[in-house]
Design a protein around this ligand. Structure first.
Ligand code: ATP
Ligand code: MG
Length: 137
């Protein structure tokens, strides 16, 4: 059984998509084991997106992700890391297929609604940035 860190970004929260997105993962058959509405601190954002430091979109990404509340979640299930990435759709919204979250609702790559961990190592790392162990049920 795997765990992943999923985060509805400020655009998804502001557009009222929390319910729709949570519902997709529930209906898929995954189990929600932690969630909270929170404002990401600069320190958390820098740790979370450390690998993107220096990229042209980095400053916008930092200010965007800390600009307003996100909905942070931990989900559990078989293959949840890879399957949730498929459900999210491709990073580049021009490549995100209809039926995926980004394909259905996102127009711009820098406002692509949701984050999902891309490996088991990053899942553990990211869960640790945003949640205390006792918050995982
Ligand atoms: P995330 O890590 O947010 O789940 P991802 O894994 O699909 O998204 P990454 O390559 O990790 O994509 O990029 C992290 C985030 O940085 C993207 O979700 C997007 O918001 C932003 N980003 C990445 N590439 C670009 C780009 N070329 N132009 C603008 N923003 C970008
Ligand atoms: Mg990523």
């Amino acid at each position: 059984m795997e765990r992943t860190y999923l985060m509805i970004k400020p655009d998804g929260v502001q557009r009222g998509l929390i319910g729709d997105i949570v519902s997709r993962f529930e209906r898929k058959g995954f189990t929600l084991i932690a969630s909270k509405l929170m404002v990401v601190t600069r320190e958390q954002a820098e740790k979370h997106y450390a690998e993107h430091h220096g990229r042209p979109y980095y400053d916008d990404l930092m200010s965007f992700i800390t600009s307003a509340p996100v909905f942070a979640m931990v989900w559990e299930g078989d293959q949840v890391i890879a399957l949730s990435r498929i459900m999210m759709g491709k990073t580049n919204t021009l490549e995100a297929q209809p039926g995926t979250i980004r394909g259905d609702y996102a127009v711009h790559t820098n406002r692509n609604l949701i984050h999902g961990s891309d490996s088991p190592e990053n899942a553990v790392r990211e869960i640790g940035i945003f949640f205390e162990p006792h918050e995982l049920l």
